[in-house]
Write a protein that binds this ligand. Structure first.
Ligand code: PXL
Length: 281
């Protein structure tokens, strides 16, 4: 039987992030993937101007109620970009109603990057997102999101001891596992570091850094990580697969980076991902 995941995030109609990335990736990994679109934007907000934004918050409780009535069961719930404080609360209610004992909840607290919040986000939103993180099993912030979740200054100069301390403080929010993405210790490596508070164990996965910022890589990473974990991969396997796939998509995009400034070319990498995931069952 296929594992079933639901991913809750916006659909940016053009621009390769959130649902237009999560849905193909999770399907290619061999998961049955349901979606709850939280908003419809004509494009994402990272570099386009004049985009439309239709808020679908009011639909979410209706979808939740219907799914409860037909007793849908999910092996995994994965949330990404959420558009308002109200929406975060409604997603928390979705967890209460639809997550079973055996449902793994992954929250990517999408709020910002490179030290800055994305358009429309506020420190008040970050406080609500912190509450949602307390209901998750696994959270996947980048360093910018860490600074807002823990109310500490953003820095790009840190060492392994700092990351380990911050990971412990993130799990103290209430989630079993915290994973920080985009970690760099000042050498030429780039990767993700995780802490499982139940086993009191750290994990990490690094690859050589590629000096080319690209939009949407956070969503690519979290989609693969969520899919791998819900398919039964270990935390180490899931980290390695997500880091390796993210790097593959960046390498794939580099020759055409000016054309694809708005998102990575993940599509040619899906076949290999699909093969790599067959072992996780
Ligand atoms: O990739 C995160 C993301 C998701 N959704 C929307 C965004 C962004 C980042 O800019 O604008 C609408």
């Amino acid at each position: 039987m296929l594992k079933r995941i639901v991913t809750i995030q916006d659909i940016s109609c053009f621009g390769k992030c959130s649902l237009t990335v999560a849905l193909p990736i999770l399907s290619a990994m061999g998961l049955e993937t349901a979606v709850v679109p939280t908003a419809v934007l004509s494009t994402h907000t990272g570099g386009f101007s004049g985009y439309t934004f239709r808020d679908l918050t009011a639909d979410i409780p209706e979808i939740t109620k219907h799914w409860e009535s037909i007793k849908l069961h999910f092996d995994g719930i994965y949330t990404g970009y959420l558009g308002s404080i109200e929406q975060v609360n409604i997603v928390a209610d979705f967890f209460d109603r639809l997550a079973g004992e055996d449902t793994t909840i992954v929250v990517d607290p999408v709020m910002g990057d490179a030290g800055r919040l994305y358009a429309g986000f506020t420190p008040e939103f970050a406080l609500e997102m912190k509450k949602l993180c307390s209901k998750a099993d696994i959270i996947v912030p980048n360093m910018t999101e860490v600074s807002y979740l823990l109310d500490i200054p953003y820095t790009e100069k840190y060492d392994e001891a700092f990351v380990k301390d911050v990971l412990r403080r993130l799990t103290a929010i209430g989630c079993r596992t915290a994973i920080i993405t985009g970690v760099r210790y000042g050498d030429d490596m780039h990767g993700a570091v995780a802490y499982d508070s139940v086993n009191d164990t750290y994990y990490s996965s690094f690859q050589p850094h590629i000096d080319q910022p690209m939009h949407g890589t956070g969503d690519v990473f979290s989609s693969v990580l969520s899919g791998a974990l819900i398919k039964g991969a270990s935390l180490q396997q899931a980290l390695d697969t997500a880091v390796a796939f993210t790097v593959d998509t960046i390498r794939e995009t580099i020759p055409e980076k000016d054309t694809y400034w708005y998102g990575v070319s993940f599509e040619p990498c899906l076949g290999k991902l699909s093969e790599d995931c067959k072992n996780f069952r």
